[in-house]
Design a protein around this ligand. Structure first.
Ligand code: MSP
Length: 649
């Protein structure tokens, strides 16, 4: 039996899923279901990436233990997948003992063979991206990927010899053009590797959360190395004698374009090469869902990010059942945008497609065909007779296109092919006019037309099943196939396989039309109301009380040391003497206004009780006051000498 091992990235459990990170999981589910329909041995892996520093901090911020925090959030992920009709075969958590053992086995082997070595790391770490950056990687002192502040790291650390694999990797990519897709991404990866691969820092000292480095528990394995190994854990690694191991390597790994180049296309295959293991057959990087500015995603705007809430809203405005609405969301994300490119998500886009593609094209074919069989043939599928097969060509074209399009991970193309067949089906009703055949008592011809239409619906159910499983099943049931015990299989994806004599049932419309105008008006009104409320909340009060003013701890201080904040041309790191035991460290955005010598020794005014913050990796314990919006600003000082630490009122 042909195997199909497919993976999604494993998700950071800082929060519950949203439509963007549900996208690769829905996509993987469609392929898993498609390959199951083709009776292949499918193994669909997804899960959660739990040892990230940002997760530990998110837990801290909520005053929870990290373990308790991740346990709670993982429940939400599993629940969302179940609700979104996702049928994974294995849900892996990186905190599982089995995975911890696999990570330690990999690292120990690489250490033993000299691919991992201990050295000093001098550089930066972006916590939101969980990525190490060298000084020259930074952009204006911040993370080059997310532009957020980075934290300085200077400590002993373990390194993986990525550089030793650069040549082999380039050769592999060249010899296996299918390995990295789409093509534009492959080119990016190649130029990244050609730009020079440095050995990767793969440990963090005392992060407080993570998998211990074998033999050196002061260090934890870097979360990305830990995470990538999940794909091996799920195949039974390190037990390559196990039954599970036969599924290695993955046939397809899906991931967002943001985590392809640095991770899935370099460190990951280099690690596998070092372990002497076969590489995944294919990596496919998809694009990003963004919000269009005119249609900001926010719950209060009725334009929510949570896929389940989106489906709920759709069910509510259309009157469709929730499982059908869930399927419609799955359909929308894969139909709207070519997999690999970016798209902008909006509820109006979803509603528009629901009406046009589902209520009209698919809904029409269903709502016309089944009642006609009910009316003219007492709900029984007629014998096809000699004139049948009128839709065979359209069906065959769709089948072939779905196979090639899905093989190329082109969901949109596959769906377009199905919709071409639906349009041929609807045209068939219009041109063959079953009502005229009935009126003219052309029984044989009418049998053939009704049979062809019912058969086309059967094939439609099969074709859309991977994308819209609840809808597929519902059509199967309405056609009487379920009652007859006929199991859906791709082998039957051809015309003429519908057994005559089945009892069909028209049922309620699956996709009731949305009144777009009314719905959009209501959503707009809700959005306006929310925006107005937000504005009121944000508006500053005209006056504050004396008590409120007194809460500010303003004090004079003297600048005793000043230098540029590392990696920044705008920020100073200043030490200000406030008459306390030690001077305060304060980050001030004055580097473009004053040379350091002008500030040294100056008396300044400080907000001494401002909440501390880490700016560009430097802890700032207060704020230095300056006046004026435009650069250069004027420094707030005192007009005569006064002792440091004097209260300003
Ligand atoms: N934990 C790592 C992956 C480790 S895999 C060994 C990670 N997690 S993540 O939760 O931040 O992102 C997981 C996936 O969701 C990534 O592939 C990312 O591209 C995808 N997406 C997150 N937001 C997205 C959109 N708005 N749109 C499309 N995909 C998005 O990275």
């Amino acid at each position: 039996m042909k195997k199909f091992y497919i993976t999604t990235p494993i998700y950071y459990v800082t929060d519950k899923p949203h439509i963007g990170n549900s996208y690769p999981t829905i996509a993987a589910d469609v392929l898993a279901r498609f390959h199951r329909l083709r009776e292949e041995e499918v193994f669909f892996l997804t899960g959660t990436d739990e040892h990230a520093t940002k997760i530990m901090r998110a837990a801290e911020a909520q005053g929870k233990g990290t373990r308790e925090f991740v346990d709670d959030i993982v429940v939400l992920w599993r629940k969302t997948w179940e609700r979104m009709h996702v049928t994974y075969d294995r849900f892996i958590r990186t905190t599982e003992p089995e995975h911890i053992a696999a990570v330690q086995a990999v690292v120990a082997q690489l250490q033993e063979q000299g691919d991992i070595y201990l050295d000093e790391y001098q550089g930066w770490y972006c916590v939101p991206c969980e990525t190490f950056f060298r000084e020259d990687d930074l952009r204006e002192g911040a993370c080059p990927d997310c532009q957020r502040p980075v934290e300085q790291v200077a400590q002993s650390a373990y390194f993986f010899r990525t550089s030793a694999y650069a040549e082999r990797l380039l050769r592999y990519i060249e010899e296996n053009p299918e390995f990295i897709q789409p093509k534009t991404r492959r080119r990016e990866v190649v130029s990244f590797i050609e730009g020079g691969l440095r050995d990767a820092c793969i440990s963090r000292k005392h992060p407080g959360w993570g998998i211990a480095m074998p033999g050196d528990p002061e260090h934890s394995v870097y979360v990305w190395v830990d995470a990538l190994i999940n794909y091996l854990t799920a195949a039974g690694y390190p037990d390559t004698e196990s039954e599970a191991w036969h599924r290695w390597p993955p046939d397809l790994q899906l991931m967002g374009k943001d985590i392809l180049t640095r991770f899935h296309a370099t460190i990951w295959p280099a690690m596998l090469m070092a372990l002497g293991l076969p590489l995944p057959r294919r990596l496919f990087a998809h694009g990003w869902w963004v919000t269009d500015t005119g249609d900001k995603m926010s719950k209060s705007r009725g334009n929510v990010m949570d896929p389940w809430e989106i489906a709920h809203e759709l069910a509510e405005v259309s009157g469709a059942t929730t499982p059908v609405a869930v399927d419609a969301v799955r359909y929308f994300v894969l139909r709207e945008v070519t997999f690999g490119l970016d798209g902008s998500f909006s509820m109006s886009g979803l509603f528009g497609r629901f009406n046009a593609d589902l209520a009209n094209d698919l809904g029409n074919l269903l709502n016309r065909t089944l009642p006609l069989i009910g009316r003219y043939r007492q709900g029984v599928v007629p014998e096809p007779g000699p004139g049948a097969g009128g839709l065979a060509e359209a069906i065959e074209q769709a089948r072939a296109a779905i196979e090639t399009r899905l093989e190329a991970i082109d969901f949109r193309g596959a769906l377009e092919a199905i919709w071409e067949m639906l349009s041929a089906g609807n045209k068939f009703v219009d041109t063959r006019e079953p009502w005229t055949l009935q009126r003219e008592s052309k029984e044989v011809e009418l049998d053939a037309v009704l049979y062809d239409l019912a058969d086309c619906l059967r094939v439609t159910a099969l074709f859309i099943w991977p994308f819209m499983p609840a809808v597929g099943e519902e059509i199967w049931e309405r056609l009487g196939l379920k009652a007859a015990g006929i199991v859906p299989t791709w082998k039957d994806a051809e015309a003429g396989r519908l057994p005559p004599g089945l009892q069909v049932e028209a049922g309620r419309p699956l996709f009731p039309r949305i009144d777009l105008e009314r719905t959009m008006q209501r959503l707009q009104a809700e959005a306006d109301k929310a925006a107005a409320e937000e504005e009121t909340e944000e508006a500053k009060p005209e006056t504050i009380s004396y008590e409120q003013f007194r809460q500010l701890d303003l004090r004079t201080g003297k600048v005793v040391e000043i230098e540029r904040a590392p990696g920044s041309d705008k920020l100073y790191r200043a030490l200000v003497d406030l008459g306390e035991e030690t001077p305060r460290q304060i980050v001030a955005g004055l580097a473009q206004d004053f040379p350091p010598e002008e500030l040294l020794g100056k008396t300044v005014v400080i907000v001494a009780n401002l909440e501390p913050a880490t700016i560009r990796g430097v802890r700032s314990m207060g704020m230095l006051l300056a006046a004026g919006e435009k650069k250069p600003v004027a420094l707030v000082t005192t007009d005569r000498e006064c002792p440091v630490g004097s209260v300003v009122r």
